[in-house]
Design a protein around this ligand. Structure first.
Ligand code: NOJ
Ligand code: CA
Length: 681
C-alpha cells in the first residue's frame, strides 16, 4: 500500500534542500486510499484534497502572519518530511460509543525560507478514512518569542461553490451560536460558524470544523472571494487575534468527508484529533437523566428571582426530588437559587453571588433529602457574562457545591456576542466575544477548576465543542445552538427542520444539552404562529436518541408527565450512555435516524425524526444481534398526527422482531418515532 508520495526531481530522503527552485508536492492518503491531501510550496504553502478522485478542496493557502515579526507565508519551501502510520484503539469513559478506532496516516512537514530568523514552521497533516486534519506547530526559534497572530491565512477553496449547498449559522452575531440554520448555496455564505456542513453536486458531504481548541481564538469562516472560505479568527477586544508564545500549536483544522450525509454522523475525526484524558480516574463523572426547576421560568409560570412565583424553593426542590426518585432520574437542576436574580441580571452579572442562597432555599436540607432519596442536586451558575465576578468566586462556589454532594453544574453566559465583561489587571472593563481566545481559556479554566472538586460542567452560551471532552471528560455537555428554550420565547421558535439539521452541524462537534421532552405543547396557546415546540409528541421522544448527550433533561413540568405516563415510559427507559451508535438514515435538513446500544446491556434504541414533511421510512434492523429475539416497544405518530393541529396522536405498540427484519415508520409532519428493542434472550 502506497500512502505517501513525493513528486519532484528530488528523490525522497526525508531532508530536502529547500532552495532548489523546484516546487515540491508531497501527499498523504487515508488508510482506505479514498482521501488524498497534496501539499505544495509553489508560490505559497498550499494544500488540496481529493475524495474518490474528485477534487473537493482546490489549492488553498496555508500560513499565518504576526505583529512586529515575520510570519509564515509566501516564499516558504518544504524542507523536511516525516511520516507515520497509526492504527490504534482507545476507549471513552462515557460517550456515544465505547471503543474508538484511530487509524490514520500522518505527514509532518517543515517549511523554511532563506531569512535567518523566524524561518521554521511545521504543519502536521493527518488523513483518516472519515476526513482530514492539519495543524500549525510553531517551534521556539530565533526571532520568535511572544507572538501575536494578526491573520491566519488558512483557506478552504471549493471547486463548485455555486452548485454546492451549505447549512450554516452566521458568526460574530449578537446571539452567539443561537440562530436558525440557513440553507443556501455556498456562494451566498458571508461569515459562518463551524461546523460548516456542505454538499457537493456529486453528493459528497463535507463539514469544516476544528479540534482541540485550546489557548487560541475560534475559527469562523469568511467568504473573501466566491468559493474561498478563509479562516477568520474571533478577535480580542483590542483587535489582536491570538496572543501566545513560541512554542505553540494551533487547533486542528478539520474536514469531515463522506460519500453521503449519514457518513458524517458516524465520524470520530474530532475526538481522534484531541489529546487523551488528562484527568485520570473520572468515575465521578456521571452520565444520567435529570429534571429541574427550569421550564416554569421559561414559560413564565415561575421566576428566577424571589417573590410569590419563586421556583427555587426548598419545598419545590423536594417535590422534584420525590418525582426524580420515583421515576429513576439521578439529578434535579435548580435555577434561581442564589442571590442576584432580582433586578437587571440580564445585563449585569456582577449582581450574582454564587455562595449565598435565597432565604426560601435551604441547600443543607435539600442535599440531605436528596442523599436519602438517591438524587443529587444539580448546581447552577448564571454569570450573565460577567466572568471576572464569576472567577473571583469560583473556588468558594465549587467548594460549597462539593460539600453538598453536587457533582454537576450547569453554567450560563447569557450576554450578547462581543459583550462578555472582563476586568483586566488595570481595573479597566473590556468587552470580549464568547469565542475569542480570552473566553476559550476562561471556559476551560472553569472545567479544570471544577475537576479539582470532582464536578462536571454543562456550559450554556459556551464556546463551541471541539472534542475536548476526550481530554477533560468532566466537560460533560454544553448548549451552543438553539435549544428547547427557544420554543418557549424565541422569535421564531425552532422550525420543524431545526432538529433535522442539528445532527449534521452542531452535533458533529459533540454532545448538546438541548433539553427535550416537552409534553404540553399548549402552554402558550396552540397554533403555528405562537411559541410552542413545532413538533409532534413522538418527535419529542425521538430527540432523546437523535440528539446525543450523556446528560438528558426531561424538560417539562412533572404534572405534564404525570398526565401521560405511557409516553413518559420511553424517557424513563432510554439510557444516556452508549456502547455503540450508528446513524442509519438521513439527509441534512430532511430526516435522520440513529440506532444506539446501551452500555452494559443488550437493548438497542432507535430515534427517527423528520422536518415539516411527512414521510415513511423503512429501517433495516441488521444492527440487532443475529439470532437474538427482541421486543420492539414502538412510540410513533398516529394516523392523524401532524404537528400544527394534532401533535398528541401517538401510537404505542409492541412487536417481536429480529435482526433480519425491517421496520416501516410513518412519520407525521414534524413527527418522529422512538423505539426500545428489549432483548428477550
Ligand atoms: C440560558 C440557558 O440556556 C438557560 O437554560 C437558562 O435557564 C438561562 N440562561 C438562565 O440561566
Ligand atoms: Ca441559551
Amino acid at each position: 500500500m502506497k500512502n505517501y508520495s513525493l513528486y519532484s526531481s528530488l528523490f525522497f530522503i526525508g531532508l530536502l534542500s529547500p532552495f532548489e527552485g523546484i516546487a515540491k508536492t508531497v501527499s498523504v492518503s487515508s488508510p482506505d486510499e479514498a482521501i488524498t491531501i497534496s501539499i505544495s510550496d509553489e508560490k505559497h504553502p498550499n494544500y488540496q484534497v481529493t475524495f474518490n478522485n474528485e477534487t473537493v478542496i482546490t489549492s488553498s493557502k496555508l500560513g499565518m502572519l504576526f505583529k512586529n515579526t515575520h510570519g509564515f507565508s509566501d516564499g516558504f519551501k518544504i524542507a523536511e518530511v516525516s511520516q507515520k502510520q497509526v492504527d490504534s484503539h482507545w476507549t471513552l469513559p462515557w460517550g456515544e460509543r465505547e471503543n474508538v478506532s484511530d487509524k490514520h496516516n500522518e505527514l509532518l512537514l517543515t517549511f523554511t525560507t532563506s531569512r535567518d530568523s523566524a524561518n521554521k514552521y511545521k504543519v502536521r497533516f493527518r488523513a483518516f478514512n472519515d476526513g482530514i486534519g492539519f495543524r500549525y506547530e510553531v517551534p521556539k526559534q530565533k526571532g520568535l518569542a511572544h507572538v501575536e497572530i494578526t491573520n491566519e491565512l488558512t483557506e478552504f477553496s471549493l471547486a463548485n461553490a455555486k452548485q454546492s449547498t451549505a447549512w450554516w449559522i452566521p458568526a460574530r452575531g449578537w446571539n452567539r451560536y443561537e440562530y436558525t440554520y440557513n440553507t443556501t448555496n455556498v456562494e451566498s455564505v458571508d461569515r459562518a460558524h463551524t461546523p460548516f456542513t456542505f454538499k457537493l453536486p456529486s453528493g459528497t458531504h463535507l463539514s469544516i470544523h476544528e479540534a482541540a481548541l485550546v489557548d487560541y481564538a475560534a475559527m469562523t469562516l469568511n467568504q473573501k472571494r466566491p468559493g474561498t472560505l478563509k479562516a477568520d479568527l474571533t478577535p480580542w477586544s483590542d483587535g489582536s487575534l491570538v496572543k501566545t508564545t513560541a512554542n505553540f500549536k494551533s487547533p486542528w483544522r478539520t474536514i469531515q468527508i463522506s460519500k453521503d450525509a449519514v457518513g458524517l454522523l458516524n465520524s470520530n475525526l474530532i475526538l481522534n484529533l484531541n489529546e487523551p484524558n488528562k484527568l485520570g480516574d473520572v468515575s465521578w463523572v456521571e452520565p444520567g437523566k435529570y429534571v429541574g426547576i427550569w421550564w416554569g421560568m421559561h414559560i413564565e409560570t415561575n421566576t428566577w428571582g424571589s417573590g410569590d412565583k419563586h421556583g427555587a424553593t426548598t419545598s419545590e426542590t423536594m417535590r422534584y426530588m420525590d418525582f426524580a426518585a420515583e421515576h429513576g432520574f439521578s439529578g434535579v437542576l435548580v435555577e434561581g437559587w442564589n442571590k442576584g436574580w432580582d433586578g437587571a441580571w440580564f445585563s449585569n452579572g456582577d449582581v450574582f453571588n454564587f455562595t449565598k442562597s435565597y432565604d426560601d432555599f435551604d441547600i443543607e436540607k435539600i442535599s440531605q433529602y436528596g442523599a436519602k432519596k438517591g438524587v443529587r442536586l444539580i448546581g447552577h451558575h448564571e454569570t450573565s457574562g460577567s466572568v471576572t465576578n464569576y472567577r473571583n468566586q469560583m473556588s468558594d462556589a465549587y467548594a460549597l457545591y462539593q460539600k453538598h454532594g453536587v457533582n454537576q453544574i450547569k453554567t450560563g453566559y447569557v450576554a450578547d456576542g462581543g459583550n462578555i465583561k472582563r476586568i483586566d489587571e488595570d481595573g479597566i472593563v473590556r468587552k470580549e466575544w464568547h469565542d475569542g481566545q480570552f473566553m476559550v481559556n476562561e471556559y476551560l479554566h472553569s472545567v479544570t477548576e471544577a475537576a479539582k472538586h470532582k464536578i462536571s460542567i454543562n456550559t450554556h452560551e459556551p464556546i463551541k465543542a471541539t472534542g475536548l471532552r476526550r481530554t477533560y471528560p468532566n466537560w460533560i455537555a454544553r448548549e451552543g445552538a438553539r435549544g428547547q428554550e427557544f420554543n418557549a420565547w424565541g422569535t421564531p421558535p425552532n422550525p420543524p427542520e431545526h432538529t433535522a439539521i442539528l445532527p449534521f452541524t452542531r452535533l458533529l462537534a459533540g454532545p448538546m444539552d438541548f433539553t427535550p421532552g416537552i409534553f404540553d405543547m399548549s402552554f402558550n396557546g396552540l397554533g403555528s404562529d405562537t411559541n410552542r415546540p413545532q413538533t409532534t409528541l413522538a418527535k419529542q421522544l425521538a430527540l432523546y436518541v437523535v440528539l446525543y448527550s450523556p446528560i438528558q433533561m426531561a424538560a417539562d413540568l412533572p404534572k405534564n408527565y404525570q398526565a401521560n405516563m405511557p409516553a413518559f415510559q420511553f424517557i424513563k427507559d432510554v439510557p444516556t450512555d452508549w456502547h455503540e451508535s450508528i446513524a442509519i438514515a438521513g439527509e441534512v435538513g430532511d430526516y435522520v435516524a440513529f440506532a444506539r446500544q446501551e452500555r452494559n446491556g443488550s437493548d438497542w434504541f432507535v430515534g427517527a425524526l423528520t422536518d415539516e414533511n411527512a414521510r415513511e421510512i423503512t429501517l433495516k434492523l441488521d444492527f440487532l444481534e443475529k439470532g437474538k429475539r427482541y421486543q420492539a416497544q414502538i412510540y410513533r405518530d398516529g394516523k392523524k398526527a401532524e404537528w400544527v393541529n394534532n401533535p398528541y396522536d401517538l401510537i404505542i405498540e409492541n412487536k417481536a422482531v429480529k435482526s433480519s427484519d425491517s421496520i416501516t415508520l410513518p412519520l407525521a409532519t414534524s413527527g418522529g418515532a422512538a423505539i426500545r428493542f428489549k432483548a428477550l434472550d
